[in-house]
Design a protein around this ligand. Sequence first.
Ligand code: F0G
Length: 441
Amino acid sequence: MSPSVQAELVCFNTSCRATYAITDVLYNCPKCGGLLEARYSGLHPDPAELKRLFRDRRASNLPLDASGVWRYRELFPFLEDYSHVVTLREGQTPLLDAPLAAKFGGLDRITFKHQGFNPTGSFKDNGMTCGAAQARRLGMQRVACVSTGNTSASMAAYAAAGGLEALIFLPHGNISFGKLAQALEYGAKTLEVEANFDQILALVRTLAEKLGIYLLNSVNPFRIEGQKSIMFEMLDQRDWNAPDWVVLPGGNLGNTSAFGKALREAWEIGLLDRLPRLAVIQAEGAAPFFDLFHKGGEFHAVPNPETLATAIRIGDPVSWPKALHEVRTTNGVVEKVSEQEIADAKAQIGRAGIGCEPASAATLAGIRKLTAAGIIDRNADVVAVLTGNVLKDPDYIYKYHTDQLQAPGGVKIRSTYGNRSIVVPNDPARIEEVLRQGAAI
Ligand code: F0G
């Protein structure tokens, strides 16, 4: 960080705005309980020079430059030096065109920013590399999180790589095996609690304070700083031409907060000439943010959130005040989609040769609704962020394609775009017959 740049924590609550040292171990404002965010002063970069610097770093083999997060480090200068950084070369995720998925979504074209290409298979790595660096800078030895699976997989990996002890709390029976397997493989101490995500988060916050463990959920402002890089990288890949819309799934709403902050800050320092609109998509059974956005008034948590997209099975998202601010600032929208809509959109993303986990597919399902409603124009320039890798939840995929998928409550999901495997005997003649039936040969 250049000596003229000052970083501090500031309360997000506009009626409080208390400030704290960047090295204070805080997740909420001690004065009012509001969320905290990192704020920088003394930043006066030349936008053209920054763009050149970011581009030049793509040709560099230095670990910090090769990371698709730290490449943009001037835009989140919260460290004094980079000795505590743990990088697994996160970020560097592609922008992919998908004409078939565009058609399904009612668009002329669509681009997916696929965060599933990250080292642990989700966008969490963008934030975790920053959270882990801050933990190490503060001299913390143990880190903890509650997770619907991806945060825990990511935290386990970065903790292991950075010599930190990882403590993970999961909602028992409600995370995919792929994600649980990652936590175990990366050596995290893993507790499966018989409660839902929201209940466990409350529990872990009390424990973290008592036991002096550093909390790496997205309430941690440094996670948000890292996740900003998803937008920076996307814009860099588009030569800093802003799309009309950025569409993403909403669960705990950390990503919505991070994307909004990134776009605002990029616009403020002249990296962008206009703000894209954010469209946040929730699953129908876990849509408190949709309700808040459309009904107004006070925030009401959903006590028993339900969705097969377990990554976003969250009824009491901690970051809703930030997310609401960001969606409003960008003139954005919030939509919700059904289990059937998510499942079919996911199959279409698969058919495009791209694939993603269920929560990520809420984006395309939401786009289909928003174009049908005339909110997103058919010819709009849309970037949808796919948050997790197709292999995160193979059980869901198998059930969908074999017509066995059931929504919470037992309602059957139609296998609209099902693709079953065929069991055949070890007999060339019979196999030939089967293949000819499908007219494939
Ligand atoms: N997509 C995936 C694949 C996720 O894992 C998550 C959140 C989201 C979307 C929602 O993002 O919370 O920033 O709104 N997963 C968290 C976890 C909660 O514990 O892994 P958000």
